[in-house]
Write a protein that binds this ligand. Sequence first.
Ligand code: PGA
Length: 255
Amino acid sequence: MGRKLIAGNWKMNLEYKESERTARDIVSKLDKKVFQNTDVLVCPSFVSLGIVSKTIKDSGIKLGAQDIYYENDGAYTGEVSASMLRSVGCEYVIAGHSERRKYIHETNKIINRKVRKAIEFGIKPILCVGESLEEREDEIYEGVVEKQIIEGLAEISKDNMKDLVIAYEPVWAIGTGLNATPKQASDMHLFIGKVISKIYDSETSNELRILYGGSVNGKNSGEILSAKGVDGALIGGASLKPDEFSEIVKIASAL
Ligand code: PGA
């Protein structure tokens, strides 16, 4: 098993000073030892990337953005480019989160362009996939996730896959308090592994990190992170609480 990745997605929460304080609290609660076997990532809003970057400098915690635009620069009002993200210290970027698919109407094609732009600029994309409750109940969830992966990874070479991360986030589990069971997560992670083997090969699949996301908290993280095929977690609500987030990191590091 490779290094686990524990990523905090702060979403549209925390103003500038609150972000600084939250980042500082997380830094103060994590012993350097955890970084020996665990990658820790925080993804604040664009507004707070700069201050959080300064606050976590030399701490071992990495910085990620919640979105990216797929053009290099120019007249795209309101958008943020890959080079801007890199210049502020982002190593990772979330792409295709279900909230952006739902509210901003991002398609697999748009998400694929974002993933490719991130890779081109040396930023590691975290490609989010996952089915809705209806799709799970209709038992078409594997097909839905397979399509998100195939289209999301279009034109991405085997070589570029080594820096990419996939996050399986069933929409019905996000922010609902209803997490997937370890078995449900494990089954889907193994399924995603098979899809990757089919597109690339088993080596690429074995090396790929697949995170689980959806109502991960201090209480359930131990069993979820121990599930077969789960290489880490993408955490929303609980990542805003330094005590709980650092607890999850410690649990991951102790596994
Ligand atoms: P949640 O969000 O932990 O609040 O369910 C997870 C996510 O959307 O990444």
